[in-house]
Design a protein around this ligand. Structure first.
Ligand code: GDP
Ligand code: MG
Length: 372
């Protein structure tokens, strides 16, 4: 309970912060939402809500969302973390070219072999800082993840080809970004082309509320050529600038938690999952629950195919050691011991089967009525 504020407590006991502030006020304690409460005040509240602080409440270990939230709420210690970026834009505007170019520019010769192994995300290192790029261009991956409750993207880079302008999927991407409340950086691409008209792109985008700083707006525009690597350093710089504004932080001192980017069954290695660490530190040997499966982190590799022992927030890694193949957008959490991890994993798997059965039943009934 060290360093808990009103909001943390409200979340924990599923009450509105305003209610708690009012309650404390009635007891003669004046607090604001972000003020951390001392032990006595927390005990006062606990008594009032009929919660015995000494008693250890039996936790529903199978609810990863709750577990995740609790770990995330443990924010007494925070470090800066790298931004996680998704590249979006209309087909053929240069998303894949940009992702490839960025990936290769920050790789040294010795590492060239490692990068053939794509794990769904990679990091670019620049000026002693890193940026994580999700290597799954296209809107489907982004919306699928969001639909399944996984909001992993901090910043969206919107690629618009300067010779083609705003197209239907450009608008779609803007809408996705707005729905996700993720800031957009516009990369006006293909400026090397003779028929490129970056100004026209900028004009078009003003209709969607994306107004360049020079024109009194607050959207960052960078004119690039993904193919020839022009202005990519500037693009990276702007991403880091935006990240500074967002003040992205996480606590690497807690147990690892995050989201599955993709997963597959490998003939030799068994279940292989690419994970994005979002909280805490993930270590080899950690007992872990991933979606509806569990295991122990056996081998962990980074985006360059190198074996690593620990991964901090915003790092993408690939792990082996799971009992089954999880799904993308599944959450993962490190547990204290393997026994609890197994229990939670098995419980979740069982619940998933039950849920599926219920859904199948419903569908059958619906179908029955529809056809009648
Ligand atoms: P995606 O569909 O958005 O992933 O687009 P691609 O990256 O596959 O690019 C589509 C085409 O545009 C390819 O032929 C690329 O070589 C080309 N392209 C991408 N970026 C540039 C650029 O900056 N300049 C030029 N001239 N061509 C580009
Ligand atoms: Mg592509």
């Amino acid at each position: 309970t060290e360093g808990m504020n009103v909001q943390d407590i409200a979340k924990l006991i599923h009450r509105e912060p305003a209610e708690i502030i009012k309650k404390l006020f009635m007891m003669g304690v004046m607090v604001n939402q972000n003020q951390s409460l001392d032990k006595d005040t927390i005990e006062l509240l606990a008594v009032d809500y009929g919660i015995k602080p000494e008693e250890k409440v039996e936790e529903d270990i199978s609810d990863l969302d709750k577990y995740f939230e609790k770990e995330a709420a443990n924010t007494s210690y925070q470090e800066n973390r790298s931004p996680v970026v998704t590249i979006m834009g209309h087909v053929d505007h240069g998303k894949t070219t940009l992702l490839d170019k960025l990936r290769h520019t920050s790789v040294t010769e010795g590492e060239a072999g490692g990068i053939t192994q794509a794990i769904g995300a990679y990091q670019v290192h620049t000026n002693n800082r890193s940026i994580t790029f999700l290597d799954t261009p296209g809107h489907a991956a982004f919306t699928d993840m969001r639909a399944r409750g996984a909001d992993v993207t901090d910043i969206i880079v919107l690629v618009v080809a300067a010779d083609d302008g705003v197209m239907p999927q450009t608008v779609e991407a803007i809408n996705h970004a707005k729905a996700a409340k993720a800031p957009i950086i516009v990369a006006v691409n293909k400026v090397d082309k003779p028929n490129a008209n970056p100004n026209h792109v900028m004009e078009q985008l003003t209709q969607y509320g994306l107004i360049p700083e020079d024109w009194g707006g607050d959207t960052i525009f960078v004119q690039i050529s993904a193919k020839f690597g022009k202005n990519l350093d500037e693009l990276l710089e702007m991403i880091l600038l935006e990240a500074d504004v967002l003040e992205l932080k996480a606590n690497p001192k807690q147990k690892g938690a995050g989201t599955v980017i993709e997963a597959r069954l490998d003939k030799g290695k068994g279940a292989v999952a690419s994970l994005l660490v979002q909280q805490g530190t993930l270590r080899t040997g950690d007992p872990i629950v991933v979606g509806n499966t569990f295991g122990r982190v056996r081998v962990m590799t980074n985006d360059r195919g190198r074996r690593i022992k620990a991964a901090k927030p915003s790092m993408p890694v690939e792990i082996t050691g799971l009992n089954d193949v999880p799904e993308s957008a599944d959450k993962f959490i490190v547990f204290d011991d393997e026994k609890t991890a197994r229990a939670a994993g098995e419980e979740r798997a069982q619940q998933a089967v039950l849920k599926q059965r219920q859904q199948t039943k419903h569908v059958t009934l619906d179908n029955l009525f529809e056809t009648m």
